[in-house]
Design a protein around this ligand. Structure first.
Ligand SMILES: Cc1cc2nc3c(=O)[nH]c(=O)nc-3n(C[C@H](O)[C@H](O)[C@H](O)COP(=O)(O)O)c2cc1C
Length: 169
């Protein structure tokens, strides 16, 4: 059986939702991280991923300016960083410096990797699509990295940006 409800009532059933951090260099030369839940793998060969960035976000300018970006999978230990990157804007703050988050230069693009993340993917922009109040950026993955340690990924598990790590089976 199914019961008809409003969209807001139905969409809260999406949790847990994966969290990624997108990082693009802005026109001032600052690497700006943004926390993102709306993301997916879109191609296996070549490997490609997509993220949806709100039209009001500073990251929209940074992604368009850089045309390349990193997608990092934060670990369960990076909840504070994910909250900071997801509630503060790069318009007003160097978020990576504020978080004191260790970074490593990316290998093939002008961006940085999150040293403590579960994995990092270097992407070159291949397409941009407007979708309502967000813009979808599609990137081809040109270099991939994983942490030496076995770490659990970070998810949003409930409303109000409630986050938790979920184990891999
Ligand atoms: C768990 C979580 C998931 C989020 N998902 C998205 C998302 O998919 N797309 C988006 O545009 N903003 C998302 N946000 C909000 C942005 O991260 C937030 O507005 C951020 O401060 C924008 O930073 P910027 O202005 O430096 O780009 C999310 C925030 C959190 C905490």
């Amino acid at each position: 059986m199914q019961r008809q409800v409003s969209y807001p009532q139905a969409i809260i059933s999406k949790y847990p939702e994966q969290i990624v951090i997108g990082i693009a260099r802005d026109s001032k030369g600052t690497h700006n991280p943004i926390t993102l839940g709306w993301t997916m793998i879109v191609s296996h060969e070549p490997p490609m991923m997509a993220v949806a960035i709100g039209k009001t976000r500073y990251s929209l300018e940074a992604f368009r300016h850089a045309r390349e970006f990193v997608i990092a999978f934060p670990s369960e230990h990076q909840q504070d960083e994910a909250m900071l990157f997801g509630t503060k804007s790069g318009r007003d703050l160097d978020k990576l410096a504020a978080a004191g988050c260790p970074v490593i230069p990316a290998g093939k693009i002008d961006s940085v990797l999150l040293a403590d993340a579960v994995a990092n993917f270097e992407c070159r922009l291949t397409a941009e699509l407007e979708a309502g109040d967000h813009v979808i950026f599609v990137g081809q993955i040109v270099c991939s990295h994983v942490n030496d340690k076995p770490l659990n990924r970070l998810y949003t598990v409930g409303e109000g940006y409630k986050m938790a790590g979920l184990p891999r089976s």
